[in-house]
Design a protein around this ligand. Structure first.
Ligand SMILES: Nc1nc2c(c(=O)[nH]1)N[C@H]1C(S)=C(S)[C@@H](COP(=O)(O)OP(=O)(O)OC[C@H]3O[C@@H](n4cnc5c(=O)[nH]c(N)nc54)[C@H](O)[C@@H]3O)O[C@H]1N2
Ligand SMILES: Nc1nc2c(c(=O)[nH]1)N[C@H]1C(S)=C(S)[C@@H](COP(=O)(O)OP(=O)(O)OC[C@H]3O[C@@H](n4cnc5c(=O)[nH]c(N)nc54)[C@H](O)[C@@H]3O)O[C@H]1N2
Ligand code: SF4
Ligand SMILES: [Mo]
Length: 685
């Protein structure tokens, strides 16, 4: 049996692994690749367990009684399933207009599939209704980076650079649990005396090993950043030469930070003034220094401005574009980076082009062989589309929104009220359980494609084995649906990638020079890469910024409280996030035995003081309640969390019944990381 070098199906680190088909099972081994250097986390190690899992979808499913979603799902032929979908699409579009049919994609899709999905909706459906789960993930940091730096590539440098930085400020990031193999770079830095400062309401595994742990009230990260900038200005740490030569807009920002004096910021955030000063001193004097944000800072109704506030700080200290320093955001999903570049986002065309830019429309329309005027305009953002009653038919690929979207009780009822719901997945996810038609799809090890990891490195996912006989790849499904709607599309990944290269050529995320062969020969290629003889771009910003004037823009940003703050009825802040053992909505990892044994159910993290007040002991069942819903979890007492804050993972249904769908005005990111809740101990039955 031949061994195939490929990558992990889960997170954006995209660790290298080797698969060898065998009897009875596929053998999965870690592989030396620049990001993981032979390391894998427990999720990666067990990823092959799902390839032959007994729950796997092996045929399409339709409702026994068509149109009645309370009747059971039954096996169907592809022809029957696709015919039902095509009929639902044409009927809805005739009755309610083109935009009544839409799609919801995912950052786990390969570049080829994300591209094909965007094209399918704009060209075959001619609908503007498309968005994806990256809206819930990277949209705030992306919006800030685009407007300030002119480009959104999560890390503007290879992850190995983390080992060289002498100071790293990690804001709302817990890589020890979210990307364990990446810790080798932080550990290497620490061994050589680097100082890491972690900003997190919980003492996570990442915070526990850091030089300093700042423990703010959730949703106050912007005030914290402005407070640090205030100190940097007062103490003369601003890199005036850099600011003058390479940026615009600092004066307004300088003036606006006046009101963020340290005592006030201490009161707003709960972070002691001396820790603010120490952090600024380290960033300014113990370089090279980096500032990295992740979802803890970004998943707020002020997430874009918060990311901007940290960008402002990094620019003021002159960190950006220097070796082993800068600002970055840690992308989450396997193809969270590429998935936001090639057109499954509501406002976007391939190559990170904008759908409302006439030149972009002309370029992409020419590649697609359509009239630019026939391309729809920008659509609604994820939560807005899902809860808008004008949407009548929805196709979901690679997302389990019933578990992962905010205010999930409402989302569930909106999905139930659709005329027709189609879900493509590997398993019967909670969202698939609501569908009229469920389509089985090939898994990562059974398909070809490219992924773009958190560094902007385009890599290859390779086919190590065949999918089960009646299972199609998403590309095949989309091509087949397009054909039934009158469009010919390729289902061959290489052909689709070559078209993507042309569509992206000249765009910000330019893949024109990237080929499958180069990726193979060079351990991945970093975009932008405009020509086959271009080396790719591992590090950005050394010479300039891709903004119209070549300078980075400071933007003035002011603190706003989360949309919902504690009161008498809902006295605590709920924040949500990840456990090491599970991935996202849990469709995959809840089915892996070893992971499920390690963490079989969700635990609400509660400080012992808060627990005592409510008579809660370790292991008790507690009910969390917000204005939108309730969830029952088992209590896990920990003195590592703030006493006014409760943490719940979203890997099981429940947490998102509570969360607040207040949207960031710029990125339309929901406020996953702060809402008000009440807690009660449930009496043992
Ligand atoms: N094990 C595992 N790993 C994953 C994933 C997974 O589901 N499971 N998902 C992947 C994906 S898609 C993503 S996006 C990444 C996410 O990676 P991270 O962003 O690192 O993960 P989170 O747990 O969502 O949030 C990080 C931290 O933010 C803290 N936090 C909560 N509220 C606040 C706040 O208001 N301010 C600050 N400063 N911190 C706050 C939380 O306590 C948490 O420890 O992980 C990726 N890796
Ligand atoms: N409360 C709260 N909610 C959150 C977050 C949070 O921190 N707190 N984080 C948000 C973030 S950052 C993210 S990224 C989202 C993620 O949330 P989801 O979008 O729900 O992510 P997954 O669970 O990865 O869903 C992927 C689904 O697609 C299937 N799948 C995997 N690969 C493929 C494929 O190639 N094709 C198809 N058709 N299906 C596939 C999987 O089995 C799974 O059911 O959740 C968001 N929701
Ligand atoms: S860190 Fe991410 S890519 Fe690496 S093995 Fe774990 S889940 Fe997979
Ligand atoms: Mo994410």
């Amino acid at each position: 049996m031949t061994a195939t070098d490929t990558h992990c199906p889960y997170c954006a680190l995209q660790c290298g692994m080797t698969l060898t088909p065998g009897i009875p099972r596929v053998k999965l081994e870690p592989r030396e690749f620049p990001v993981n250097k032979g390391g894998l986390c427990a999720k990666g190690f067990t990823a092959a367990d799902l390839l032959d899992h007994r729950d796997r979808l092996l045929t399409p499913l339709v409702r026994k009684e068509a149109g009645n979603r309370t009747s059971p799902l039954r096996e169907a032929t592809w022809d029957e399933a696709l015919e039902a979908i095509t009929t639902a699409i044409t009927t809805a579009q005739q009755k309610h207009g083109r935009d009544s049919v839409g799609a919801f994609g995912g950052g786990g899709l390969t570049n080829e599939k994300a591209y094909a999905l965007g094209k399918f909706v704009r060209v075959a459906l001619r609908s503007s209704s498309i968005d994806y789960n990256g809206r819930f993930c990277m949209s705030s940091a992306a919006t800030a980076a685009n407007r300030s730096l002119g480009i959104d590539r999560g890390l503007p440098f290879p992850i190995e650079d983390l080992a060289q930085a002498k100071t790293i400020l990690l804001v709302g990031a817990n890589p020890a649990d979210a990307m364990p193999p990446s810790m080798q770079y932080l550990d290497a830095g620490r061994e050589h005396g680097a100082r890491h400062v972690v900003v997190d309401p919980r003492r996570t595994n990442t915070a526990a090993g850091a030089h300093l742990h700042l423990q703010p009230l959730p949703g106050t990260d912007l005030a914290l950043a402005n407070g640090m900038l205030h100190i940097a200005i007062r103490e003369g740490y601003v890199d005036e030469d850099f600011v003058r030569a390479r940026t615009t807009g600092f004066d307004a920002v300088r003036a606006s930070t006046n009101s963020y004096w340290p005592e006030r910021v201490e009161r707003m955030t709960g972070v002691p003034e001396k820790h603010l000063r120490e952090t600024v001193r380290l960033l300014a004097t113990q370089g090279p220094a980096m500032i990295l944000t992740a979802r803890g800072a970004e998943q707020h109704s002020n997430g874009t401005d918060t990311a901007q506030a940290y960008l402002n700080l990094a620019l003021a200290l002159g960190l950006v574009g220097r070796p082993s320093s800068g600002y970055g955001t840690i992308t989450g999903q396997g193809n969270g980076q590429g998935g936001r570049e090639h057109g499954q986002k509501a406002d976007q065309l391939p190559g990170y082009r904008k759908l409302d830019d006439p030149a972009a429309r002309r370029h992409v329309a020419a590649v697609w062989g359509v009239d630019p005027d026939d391309l729809p305009g920008p659509g609604r953002s994820a939560y807005e589309m899902l809860t808008d009653d004008s949407l009548r038919v929805l196709m979901v690929l690679a997302s389990n929104i019933v578990v992962s979207a905010p205010n999930s009780n409402l989302v569930r009822s909106k999905l139930a009220a659709l005329d027709f719901l189609v879900v493509s997945d590997i398993f019967r996810s909670e969202t698939a359980e609501l569908a009229d038609v469920v389509l089985p799809t090939a898994q990562w090890a059974e398909e070809e494609g490219t992924m773009t990891n958190l560094e902007g490195r385009v890599i290859r996912r390779k086919r190590a084995l065949d999918p089960p006989p009646d299972v199609k790849t998403d590309l095949e499904t989309l091509a087949e649906l397009a054909r039934r709607l009158g469009r010919e599309e390729s289902s061959d990944p290489r052909t689709v990638f070559d078209e993507l290269r042309r569509a992206s050529a000249g765009g910000i995320a330019d893949y024109a020079g990237i080929t499958y062969e180069r990726i193979e020969a060079e351990d991945g290629v970093f975009w932008p890469c405009p020509a086959e003889d271009h080396p790719g771009t591992p590090r950005l910003f050394a010479d300039g910024f891709p903004t119209p004037d070549g300078r980075a823009r400071f933007m003035r940003v002011e603190h706003r409280d989360p949309a919902e703050t504690p009161d008498k009825t809902y006295p605590y802040v709920l924040t949500t996030g990840r456990n090491m053992q599970h991935y996202q909505s849990g469709t995959q990892t809840r089915r892996v035995k070893a992971l499920n044994v390690a963490l079989p159910e969700p635990r609400a993290e509660i400080h012992p003081d808060l627990a005592r007040r409510h008579g809660i002991a370790e292991g008790d069942l507690v009910e969390l309640r917000s204005r939108r819903g309730a969830a029952v979890l088992r209590a896990r007492l920990s003195d590592g969390i703030r006493p006014d804050t409760v943490f719940a993972p979203f890997h099981w249904p429940g947490a998102n019944a509570l969360t607040n769908p207040a949207l960031d005005p710029h990125s339309r990111m929901p406020e996953f990381k702060a809402c008000a809740v009440a807690i009660t101990r449930l009496q043992p039955q």
